[in-house]
Write a protein that binds this ligand. Structure first.
Ligand code: ADP
Ligand code: ZN
Ligand code: ZN
Length: 679
């Protein structure tokens, strides 16, 4: 038999595929496209994806290397899956292997995949879910709007992109679940992919799904899983055993041979954008994937991203609206503005807020204080000489963490003991400036010694599983006053919460990032939406939201008071259109890092003038600028923004441009991001 040549995608920055020779062995089946092969690469043995099989190769016979093994145990990845990776690679300007290989579980990629056989056997016994102890829960009767949404989505033939736009507590989850039930019932193999921003923060949803679909295999995929576990769940999805896959953004690249519907909960959430490596948008890939497979995709939110909102306005996405809260007596909370210029806060709390909390305590109701800043104080300083605690490696302050007596940089992780006296003048009276969640907690405990005060932030939930436990504590009613960062804003259905306060949201109003106000609005709307979800209790307080601000007249807060997302979004869109900003134009960002800022800027300067820039039309090059936070961990960073009002023009330019940049020998680390969200 003649040798066979396999074309293989490998996880290397080299923008090409690699040919290897495959030698038949007795009893060994022929390799197939979509299988994983182990090959020698340099001095390593690495796993790659077979994307082509041929009788010829252009690699000379004395240069070609031989495949070490083919993973026959693992069923082949489908042509559709390879096409999805190919699209992502093309769109985000990366080699195919850099997209496809990292999307596979590590245990499939390591040379000795000993656990693979074991896992495949385990899979056959279906041990993924704790289905056995789950008692199926009752489906509530849908209201008319929910019913209409379910009908529309479930009866979709072919591709359709839906925006499920519903106020907080309007029962979007119920729409996902009942639509899913319909899709699963209509096709005995159908698989459904549900993406959420963070699984650990939404254990309720996972619990609900497991209860509702007892007897059905459910796989979960997120970054916090151990490798063995991840392989098991990935295989369950890949073999079609798991009918529902619940995951975070990385799950969008999982293999789902019978995928029939995709749901993206809280579609506006920034966590759908990967911020390192392949900087993809899971939301955008989901829409592409749905289109490829001719299936529906549902994007749910109370505050859709402006991109999605614009698609809906233009009729590319179909808007399904839920105008009311689902629970009968639950109305949206009243949003009130507290002007902190007039009512000076003490310990971060205005008198009005203190009174409001007291009313909750009297009725045994819960309050939530939202402060998006962890630690005790964002900085400490010396009154005598003006010294402040700066990080020596970053353009950032060291944050005071009083509990562990540390100063800590939230960007590079640098840690120091809190100095007893000023490092420059010796003054012993160093003062914390500003307020983080720890300091707020301390103040509240003094003010309300009888109350059970509880803090949830990245520091209090560092241990695995502790976030879940913390939320359980709140749900069990063992907390009177909950303090939290954005972690507490997401998706929780707190039943006894009637007061939400946002303590210091103003800084985002004046951010350089043009998306900051869109994000702030979404965040405040979400956190406000935690109040009053279970409905008005007899004799209880009305649910309310207090925003403590120095800018009581800001339009953002007024839109929030009126629960008027559409007007707010329309106004922002108009501004964006006039200023020629996304979603009306398309952007890419070239980032450069070097020891010295000048080196990075010089590289970007050169890049902005190189040959492809001259050759392409319709491309706008901005000036290279230092990033807002110039230095992180002793590396200086700069960026160059490229814009175009044609996506294809931008794509064509980037292809040539990146090829040119790759061919240059430079001492900077650089990378291109398509559709950047942090500029
Ligand atoms: P959203 O995701 O839109 O914020 P949820 O799906 O969490 O809202 O629903 C809010 C609450 O309303 C939940 O407690 C849910 O069980 C309840 N709910 C949803 N739909 C209905 C319905 N049709 N009848 C009664 N309660 C419902
Ligand atoms: Zn000093
Ligand atoms: Zn630092």
């Amino acid at each position: 038999m003649e040798p066979i040549y396999l074309t293989i995608a490998l996880d290397t920055p080299l923008d090409r595929l690699f040919d290897y020779r495959w030698l038949p062995e007795d009893g060994c089946p022929l390799p197939e496209i979509g299988q994983i092969a182990l090959v020698p690469f340099g001095r390593q043995e690495i796993a790659g994806l077979i994307v082509g099989i041929s009788q010829q190769t252009e690699v000379p016979a004395d240069k070609i290397k031989t495949v070490l093994a083919v993973r026959h145990q693992c069923p082949s990845l489908s042509p559709q899956w390879i096409d999805l990776c190919r699209f992502a690679a093309d769109y985000y300007q990366r080699p195919l292997g850099e997209v496809a290989i990292p999307a596979l579980p590590k245990n499939l990629r390591v040379p000795k995949a000993t656990s693979l056989d074991r896992n495949l056997k385990k899979l056959a016994k279906l041990q993924l879910a704790h289905e056995h102890d789950a008692t199926p829960n009752q489906e509530p009767i849908l209201n008319a709007e929910q019913q209409a949404a379910v009908e529309t989505i479930a009866s979709t033939a072919g591709f359709a992109s839906y925006l499920l736009y519903g106020v907080t507590g309007s029962g979007k989850t119920e729409v996902y679940l009942q639509t899913a039930a319909r899709v699963l019932a209509s096709d005995s193999q159908a698989q459904i992919l549900i993406l959420v921003p963070e699984i650990n923060l939404t254990p309720q949803l996972e619990g609900n799904i497991r209860q509702r679909f007892s007897g059905i295999q459910i796989a979960t995929l997120h970054s916090g899983m151990a490798e063995g576990e991840r392989l098991l769940h990935w295989l369950a999805a890949h073999t079609g055993e798991a009918r529902i896959v619940l995951g975070t953004r990385l799950a969008i690249l999982s293999s789902l041979p019978h995928l029939k519907m995709i749901v993206i909960d809280e579609e506006h959430d920034p966590s759908y954008k990967q911020q390192e490596g392949l900087r993809y948008s899971a939301r955008d890939l989901a829409v592409w994937r749905a289109h490829q497979l001719a299936i529906p995709v549902v994007l749910g939110s109370a505050t859709p991203s402006l991109e999605t909102w614009q698609h809906a306005k233009a009729g590319r996405y179909r808007k399904l609206e839920l105008r009311q809260r689902a629970v009968q007596s639950a109305v949206l909370p009243v949003v009130k503005i507290v002007n902190t210029e007039r009512e000076k806060p003490s310990e971060g709390l205005t008198q009005r807020l203190v009174t409001a909390i007291r009313l909750r305590l009297e009725k045994g109701e819960q309050s939530l204080l939202f402060l998006n800043r962890r630690g005790y104080a964002p900085v400490i300083h010396c009154d005598a000489c003006g010294w402040i605690s700066n990080c020596t490696r970053c353009t950032a302050h060291l944050v005071m963490h009083k509990l562990d007596k540390k100063l800590r940089c939230h960007h590079c992780g640098l840690e120091q003991r809190i100095p007893r006296n000023c490092p420059t003048c010796g003054n012993v009276d160093l003062q914390p400036l500003g307020r983080g969640t720890q300091r707020l907690e301390e103040g509240l405990k003094t003010l309300f010694p009888e109350a059970r005060v509880f803090r949830i932030d990245a520091d209090s939930t560092r241990l695995k599983g502790s976030a879940e436990a913390a939320f359980d504590t709140v749900h069990r009613g063992e907390v009177d006053i909950l303090i939290g960062t954005q972690m507490v804003a997401k998706g929780h259905d707190f039943k006894n919460l009637t007061l939400v306060a946002a303590l210091n949201p103003d800084s985002a109003l004046f951010s350089q990032d043009f998306r900051a106000s869109e994000r702030l609005f979404a965040q405040l709307m979400q956190v406000a939406g935690r109040a009053g979800r279970a409905g008005q209790k007899e004799g209880g307080n009305l649910s309310e939201v207090l925003i403590q601000t120095r800018y009581p007249d800001h339009p953002l807060y007024h839109a929030l008071m009126a629960h008027e997302y559409p007007r707010f979004a329309d106004d922002l869109l108009e501004e964006r259109q006039q200023a020629a900003m996304p979603p009306f134009i398309y952007q890419a960002l070239l980032r450069a890092e070097a020891r010295e800022l000048e080196t990075a800027i010089a590289f970007l300067q050169m890049a902005s003038q190189c040959e492809p820039v001259q050759a392409h039309v319709g491309i706008t090059m901005n000036d290279p600028i230092p990033m807002t936070m110039v230095r992180v961990h002793n590396v200086e960073r700069a960026q160059l923004l490229v814009e175009s009002n044609s996506r294809p023009a931008l794509q064509a330019f980037l292809k040539d441009w990146i090829a040119e940049l790759r061919s240059m020998k430079v001492r900077v680390k650089w990378g291109v991001e398509i559709d950047p969200v942090d500029i």
